[in-house]
Ligand binder design. Sequence first.
Ligand SMILES: NC(=O)c1ccc[n+]([C@@H]2O[C@H](COP(=O)([O-])OP(=O)(O)OC[C@H]3O[C@@H](n4cnc5c(N)ncnc54)[C@H](OP(=O)(O)O)[C@@H]3O)[C@@H](O)[C@H]2O)c1
Length: 309
Amino acid sequence: MSNGERAVPVILITGAGGQVGIELTRSMSLLGRVVAVTRTECDLACSEQIESLVNEVRPGLILNAGGYTNVDEAESDRDAAYRVNADAPRTLAHAASKLGALLVHYSTDYVFDGYKACAYTEEDEPNPLSAYGESKLAGERAIREAGGNHYIFRTSWVFGLRGGNFLKSIARAAQTRDSLSVVADQFGAPTSAVLVADVTALAVRAYLRNDRPLESGIYHLAASGETNWYDYSRLIVETLALGGVPVRTAIEQIRSIGAADYPTAARRPANSRLDTSKLRKALGVEFPQWHAGVQDVLLQIAASKDVLQ
Ligand SMILES: NC(=O)c1ccc[n+]([C@@H]2O[C@H](COP(=O)([O-])OP(=O)(O)OC[C@H]3O[C@@H](n4cnc5c(N)ncnc54)[C@H](OP(=O)(O)O)[C@@H]3O)[C@@H](O)[C@H]2O)c1
């Protein structure tokens, strides 16, 4: 290898069947030989399975897209959430460190309590409101304590064409219901799984080429701009109607409510805004506005309505 470039690596993607995992499997295929495993091939709740997978594959990079992501169920299933969100990253981090491999992991805006008046930076102190947020924070800390080379990307409000997410839930509900009530006092940036995967690919490429690689640490990775769930829903329903998808909910029948009027098992932060300047500056790129990614997915839904079935 010349210029300090690393050899073409084996890239192991765990949790490959989720929204981010699917897109990483696509974006990483340009950068190395991808081994993408879902729950069927590796149960992240089982450290022995993780260790034997890593020993067998001997990757140069590990990207962990798996996560216990049911925020409300985590409240009553805390142990299961911790096994996947804290113990698995710890095992992966130690395994990666032993091999000298880079570990890329994803965390969440839900590590914050949402009381800050402006966007959260990587320097802000986490204070999760939920078991999910606590388990994700424990995962971040375990990776840092393992001491190996790592990137932890905190993202927010992820959506994609495949997998379950708010965008698709609203799109489905708008086809069957006359009216919708949606929370208007929680703010953040809907971020497409495609963006998460493409930005990860830029970071991995810089690492592989040894061309101004990111330093190990936490980075905020979210689309630009901000919205709330209510305005987001309006954009979804409006765009679907314009795209010829039959929607039953008229736009004026989308009602804004407060989070207090929509009780859930887990508390969620009112402010999920992430300041992404550290990552944008390090990679020398800008991130697109959140609605660009939303409109892309909605166009694909309009073109292939069975995506919602
Ligand atoms: N979704 C969001 O809004 C959001 C926001 C901020 C951060 N994040 C973080 O981003 C990452 C990716 O999220 P995502 O949106 O892609 O989530 P997702 O679509 O729910 O995917 C998570 C994946 O993890 C897998 N998984 C769960 N438990 C597992 C286990 N025991 N063994 C193996 N695989 C297991 C799931 O498999 P099954 O399909 O078999 O359950 C699923 O494929 C996660 O770390 C998440 O915490 C997500």
